[in-house]
Design a protein around this ligand. Structure first.
Ligand code: ZN
Length: 278
C-alpha cells in the first residue's frame, strides 16, 4: 500500500507509465499530508461525465494528445472514489502450472460504466470494482500422473497399495499431504475454495486501501483521472497480496483441509488393516 509495493506490480510494460502518473510525491499523498493545489482559475465544467468507453478525448485544460502521462499533474483537483466491490467466485478459467493440483486466480478490474463527475471542485469517480475469482482442480489425474482417491471405497485401492495410499494422503506437519502417487480431487477442490473465499473476504478491505490511495490523488481533468484507473486496480491487487501472502495462505488452507485428509487416510487404513481390499 506504500510506494514500495509498486515493485510488486506484475505488469512490467506499464511500470514506467505508473511511475510517471504517480510521481515522487506519492508517499506524501498516501500519508494524507499533501494538500492539493488550490483549484485553478479554469476548472472543468460542472457535470462533465465521461464513461470509460466513450469519453471526450480532449479537455478544457488543454491536455495534448499523448501528453497525458508524460508528467505527474502539478495542478488540479482532488479525486474522490465511490467504488463498489463486486466479487464473484467461478469454477473454471484456470490454466494449471506443471506442478499444480489446482489453482485459484484473482482478477480485479473496473467494470464498464465507470464515470467521472466534476462536483464542487472534486473529481468524483463512480465505479464498480469487479473482482473475478476463478478456481479449479485437475480432473482424475494429478500433475505427475497421481491417481485420484475419492474415498476409502475407491476401486484403485488394493491390498497391495493401500499403505502407500494412506501415506500419500496423510498430511504432514504443515498440513500438506505428500501425494506422491495418489491424490484426492475433491479435497483439492475444497482447498482451492478456501483460497477463493479468502480472496472474496479480503476484497473489500483491499478496495478500501486502494480507495484511500485514489483519494490522495489530484487530477487536472477527466483524462488524468482515468490514468489513475490502472494504478488503482494494481493497488487493489497489491493490497490483496499483502492481506493474504502466498505462503501464509497456503499454510492456512492446508491446515484447514488436514482433518479431511486425516479422516480419509484413517478410513483407508482401517479398511486395509481389516483386509477390506482385494
Ligand atoms: Zn493452495
Amino acid at each position: 500500500m506504500h510506494a514500495n509495493t509498486l515493485s510488486e506490480i506484475q505488469t512490467p510494460p506499464t511500470a514506467a507509465h505508473l511511475q510517471a502518473v504517480l510521481g515522487d510525491s506519492e508517499a506524501g499523498k498516501e500519508s494524507g499530508s499533501a494538500t492539493p493545489d488550490k483549484p485553478s482559475a479554469q476548472p472543468q465544467p460542472v457535470g462533465v461525465t465521461a464513461g470509460l468507453e466513450n469519453a471526450p478525448e480532449s479537455s478544457a485544460l488543454g491536455m495534448t494528445s499523448g501528453g497525458a502521462s508524460s508528467a505527474a499533474p502539478t495542478k488540479g483537483h482532488p479525486v474522490k472514489g465511490k467504488i463498489t466491490y463486486s466479487g464473484e467466485i467461478t469454477r473454471g478459467g484456470v490454466t494449471f502450472g506443471a506442478r499444480d493440483f489446482g489453482d485459484t486466480l484473482s482478477n480485479p478490474d473496473l467494470a464498464k460504466g465507470s464515470s467521472v463527475n466534476y462536483k464542487s471542485g472534486t473529481f468524483e469517480v463512480s465505479a464498480t470494482l469487479k473482482h473475478s475469482i476463478h478456481y479449479d482442480v485437475r480432473s482424475g489425474t494429478g500433475p505427475s500422473g497421481q491417481t485420484d482417491i475419492a474415498s476409502e471405497d475407491d476401486p484403485d485401492i488394493k491390498k497391495t497399495n493401500y499403505p502407500e495410499v494412506v501415506s500419500d494422503l496423510t498430511p504432514g506437519k504443515d498440513g500438506c499431504p505428500p501425494r506422491n502417487h495418489f491424490w484426492a480431487e475433491d479435497l483439492t477442490l475444497k482447498h482451492e475454495l478456501v483460497h477463493a473465499n479468502d480472496y472474496k473476504e479480503n476484497g473489500p478491505v483491499a478496495l478500501a486501501k486502494a480507495t484511500t490511495w485514489l483519494n490522495g490523488q489530484i487530477a487536472a481533468n477527466v483524462e488524468q483521472v482515468k490514468t489513475l484507473y490502472d494504478p488503482f486496480v494494481f493497488r487493489f491487487a497489491s493490497a490483496l497480496r499483502t492481506l493474504q501472502p502466498k505462503e501464509d495462505s497456503e499454510k492456512q488452507a492446508y491446515l484447514k483441509g488436514a482433518p479431511d485428509y486425516e479422516a480419509r487416510a484413517k478410513a483407508i487404513k482401517t479398511k486395509g488393516d481389516n483386509k477390506g481390499y482385494k
